[in-house]
Design a protein around this ligand. Structure first.
Ligand code: AMP
Length: 211
């Protein structure tokens, strides 16, 4: 099965599409945002990471790659999908090095295309389950019971970087870095661009199976 990397703006649907691919194809989902969020906030490193995440800026490459390499090492041999890394050309180069070292490879890079106004609503309406990680949206995909997970009945939470102000910084950071990153993967012949609103999952699964 193809190993995948997603490039998408914040709230572009990486998490949702990853969930579907995990369920239907058995992929291992690796989200650097989640790996960073999982670091205990009471530690000095966790506190520093949380401050950067809340600001909408990027965490340093060294921290991200330490976590990522450890995770990749632990799933060696299984198909993976990367969500949230690489975010810059420098990270794409570091990723190549890490994958080479672990005798792994990246086969397909999927760019999800979503307009700004939809992204903003997706981000500010996003609520997720802290237990099973299911994602809902107040506007587009509300849970059956307000504020409660459909699957495990936990209280749903909003991410602290999903407010409008942080979203704008995250979006600007994305725009600044994504253009050269997309070019980088285009030159390697690995990039496909997919509409992030209509039939997204169908198009992704076709690309995974048919190319
Ligand atoms: P995400 O969950 O992918 O939206 O990421 C949330 C936040 O985590 C980002 O705004 C960054 O602060 C941080 N982050 C996630 N992945 C990376 C990465 N590859 N490099 C640097 N920072 C990251």
């Amino acid at each position: 099965m193809k190993n995948i990397l997603f490039i998408a703006p914040p709230a572009g649907g990486k998490g949702t599409q990853s969930g579907l691919l995990v369920e239907n194809f058995g992929y291992i989902h690796i989200s650097t945002g989640d790996l960073l969020r999982d670091i205990d906030e009471s530690s000095p490193l966790g506190k520093k990471i949380r401050e950067i995440q809340v600001s909408g800026k990027l965490v340093d490459d060294e921290t991200v790659f330490e976590l990522l390499e450890e995770k990749l090492q632990s799933i060696k041999g299984k198909p993976f999908l990367l969500d949230g890394c690489a975010r810059t050309v420098r990270q794409a180069e570091l990723l190549e090095q890490v994958l080479y070292k672990l005798d792994m490879q990246l086969d397909l890079v999927i760019e999800l295309d979503v307009p700004y106004d939809i992204l903003l609503k997706r981000a500010t309406g996003r609520i997720s389950c802290p237990k099973c990680k299911a994602i809902f949206n107040k506007y587009f995909k509300p849970p059956h019971e307000e504020g409660v997970c459909d699957h495990c009945h936990e209280a749903l939470v909003s991410r602290n970087d999903d407010n409008e102000e942080t979203f704008k910084t995250r979006y600007e950071t994305y725009l600044e870095n994504a253009t050269p990153l997309i070019e980088y993967y285009k030159n390697l012949g690995k990039l496909v661009k997919i509409d992030g609103i209509n039939n997204t999952y169908e198009m992704i699964s076709e690309k995974i199976q048919n190319d």
